[in-house]
Design a binder for this molecule. Structure first.
Ligand code: ADP
Ligand code: MG
Length: 693
């Protein structure tokens, strides 16, 4: 069979030598189809010129005009200000902070420029910062573009123009649909899918009469055709991963239930119906020799830990080990103590393994793990070299969204013995809307704990401007003098742990001075684990009334007597994080309160987020809202997981496609495995990052 057209190398394209080939390879492009499917990120409308007087703040626009005046100045840093006018009354300022001498020389009074950029409001009217511009010949009229200009994701050393023209050349070799289409006609029947060839040509070079609004919104039929296949490719690749795991064998863990019964009898409460249901689902999976891949989703405080402990006991009953991995040391330690409290009375060794366990302690932990200690708790240190289990039967991972799919696989590989792999249980408090879960976690079965333990009192949330800080402090005093406890959470987004610790220290000093009658503690990520533990213990024991903390307490911390939480700079946090933090209160029987302190002015998005927090404490509602406000990539922590990085699809916008994607995905995997592979290779790359599953 001749090589498929799309798999031909790029060498045949004009101007593609070794250097360019290397640059393209860095973008993951080595064969023709990689260029065909390198889709525009967005479009720029350079089909018309907007008179300066008609410019609107916030909109991108193309303008043409003559330079009136040029000013070089320093206001903290060098800058170049160019006044441009087009005879429409108004002037536009072009502002450059980085410029070369030659550039400044080009921008002389009288020069005619065409610019493209986003319009914003400056000190003296409208301006564009670092617009793209080109100098026009003084007299000849210059044509505008006939079609929308695609903007591609690219990398250093490869400009838009060069990449765009390469793609156009590659498109000349685009075969007809018969050769390009990988979804069999029998499966396409009934779906309203546009021609793939037409769709590719359209998105790379939209015709002049294209529906611009549709195109900019990503809902043009051509884009939807591509989005469909992209969603399909992701779905297929996750399913393939799952099937590969399914073909492996795991040890069946059908214990006699004796240890589980003893734990349940010792608990001061009965399990909720949801916990029992999910527990039974897990126990059924564990009996099988097919590896379990199950995600347990449960809102903050729904009681996932005890469900995980019961699963671990199934493993121990069957003579195997269980490992529990948490994303932060604080959370892992909390699990360690909870599990020791539950399991040691049953005669089970719980071993601690974190990065900071060094020297002899580490050696003895590793020895215990190798000798077959029942349960091992730790951070990602569990996956490091030198950690060898005697017989790992179950790997439990808490707070999945903090780990990537790779880390999950790595822990599983720790327990691999020949063809045998451990069962896997993933716990997450990130409530993922159902449609999204089916695509994002197509490789996992999902169980949902959709019920909170009884006796929780809802948290009342208020949103308060920073100017009323003194009132908030007075409120803390009143609550604590009644015997309650409070968290004060300091947040800095995208700053270092060091800066965050410093901010917390400042607040600690402030609150200590303002509340002399109360004991105020401070916990942050830069404390030694021992110090952290001591502080958390003192807070738990009620010896500390107010705990100033960074977001290290975001996950897992559990102090039922704490009934008040203040979150500083709440406007900077995302909904998921606010929800996690707030979940630290409302765990006891007293009515709890959460104060979201913000620094005005609020952006529209921040205002919307705080409003959601005030309105509801239902994690699923919050997740839906989050998705609505932000889109899915961030929500699932794309940057960490490498999942859900779509080129054209948008899982929320295109949610209506998902049922068909799932249906066709199943049909392809059962009847057309070869086509499924080619679809995955086309979108996700032959070197699929899920390889080796
Ligand atoms: P999360 O799902 O957020 O991990 P945890 O497992 O930390 O929740 O449980 C939160 C709190 O609820 C803990 O103090 C735990 O002991 C308690 N808890 C769990 N299950 C129940 C139950 N069925 N009834 C009462 N309290 C429970
Ligand atoms: Mg938890």
């Amino acid at each position: 069979m001749p090589t498929e057209a799309g798999l031909q190398p790029l060498t045949g394209l004009p101007g593609v030598g070794p250097a360019l080939r290397e640059t393209l390879a860095r973008l993951g492009m080595t064969v023709l189809q990689d260029l065909w499917f390198h889709l525009p990120l967005r479009y720029e409308d350079r089909t018309r010129l907007v008179p300066i007087a008609d410019l609107r703040e916030g909109d991108p626009a193309q303008v043409e005009g003559v330079v009136d005046a040029v000013q070089r100045g320093f206001r903290g840093r060098p800058q170049l200000r160019v006044a441009l006018s087009d005879g429409s009354q108004e002037t536009l300022v072009l502002r450059f902070f980085h410029f070369r001498g030659a550039q400044a020389d080009q921008l002389k009074p009288g020069a005619r420029l065409r610019c493209y950029g986003e319009v914003r409001r400056g000190q003296n009217g409208l301006e564009m910062v670092h617009p793209q511009y080109q100098r026009l010949a003084d007299d000849a009229p210059a044509a505008v573009e006939e079609t929308l200009t695609p903007v591609y994701p690219t990398t250093e050393g490869l400009g838009q123009r060069r990449l765009g023209s390469l793609i156009q050349h590659a498109l000349q070799r685009l075969p007809d649909d018969a050769a390009l289409e990988l979804i069999p006609a029998s499966l396409r029947a009934g779906l309203d899918l546009a021609s793939l060839r037409e769709a590719l040509l359209f998105v790379h070079r939209p015709p002049p009469d294209a529906n611009v609004a549709q195109l900019l919104a990503g809902v043009h039929p051509a884009q939807q055709r591509l989005a469909f296949e992209e969603l399909l490719s992701h779905h297929l690749s996750l399913k393939q991963l799952r099937n590969a795991v399914r073909r492996q064998a795991a040890p069946p863990l059908a214990g006699d239930g004796s240890l589980r019964r003893r734990l349940l009898a010792a608990l001061p409460y009965a399990l909720t119906a949801a916990q029992r249901r999910v527990g039974a689902e897990i126990a059924a999976d564990l009996c099988s020799s097919e590896p379990m891949l199950r995600l347990v989703q449960g809102d903050v405080g729904s009681g996932k830990t005890v469900v995980a402990a019961l699963a671990a006991l199934s493993a121990v009953e069957a003579g195997h080990q269980a490992a529990l991995m948490a994303p932060t040391e604080l959370l892992a330690e909390q699990h360690l103590r909870t599990l020791r409290g539950w399991l040691e009375p049953l005669g089970i060794d719980v071993v601690w393994l974190a990065g900071k366990v060094q020297g002899r302690a580490r050696k003895s932990a590793l020895d215990a793990v190798a000798a077959g200690a029942g349960v091992v708790v730790g951070t990602h240190a569990l996956m490091q070299e030198g950690v060898a289990f005697r017989q790992l039967g179950l790997a439990i991972i808490d707070e999945q969204h903090r780990f990537g799919v790779h880390q999950r696989l790595a822990l599983r590989d720790k327990g691999r013995e020949g063809e045998r792999v451990p069962h896997q249980l993933v716990l997450t408090a990130t409530p993922i809307p159902r449609t999204l879960a089916m695509t994002a976690y197509a490789d996992l079965d999902v169980s949902i704990i959709d019920e909170l333990p009884p006796g929780r009192t809802p948290v009342t949330t208020v949103v308060v401007a920073n100017a009323r800080r003194a009132d908030v402090i007075a409120r803390i005093r009143a609550a604590c003098l009644q015997g309650h406890q409070a968290y004060w959470v300091c947040t800095l987004i995208e700053e270092t742990e060091l800066l965050e610790a410093q901010a917390a220290e400042v607040t600690h000093v402030e609150l200590s001075a303002a509340l002399p009658e109360l004991k105020v503690g401070l916990v942050h990520g830069r404390l030694k684990p021992k110090e952290k533990t001591a502080l958390m213990d003192a807070f738990k024991a009620g010896e500390i009334a107010v705990l100033v903390a960074t977001t290290v307490i975001e996950v897992g911390v559990d102090v039922p007597n704490a009934s008040l939480m203040v979150i500083e700079n709440a406007e900077r946090l995302g909904l998921a994080q606010l929800h996690q933090l707030r979940g630290r209160v409302g765990r006891g029987h007293v009515a709890s309160n959460c104060v979201l302190l913000y620094q005005p002015p609020l952006s529209q998005l921040a205002r919307a987020r705080l409003e959601v927090m005030r309105e509801t404490s239902d994690g699923f509602r919050i997740a839906e809202k989050d998705l609505e406000l932000r889109g899915p990539g961030e929500m699932l922590g794309t940057r960490q997981t490498g999942r859900l990085e779509f080129r054209v699809a948008d899982i929320r916008r295109d949610a209506a496609l998902l049922p068909d994607v799932q249906r066709i995905g199943e049909a392809l995997l059962t009847g057309h495995a070869g086509l499924a592979d080619r679809i995955v290779a086309r979108w996700i790359g032959a070197s699929a990052r899920y390889a080796g599953a």
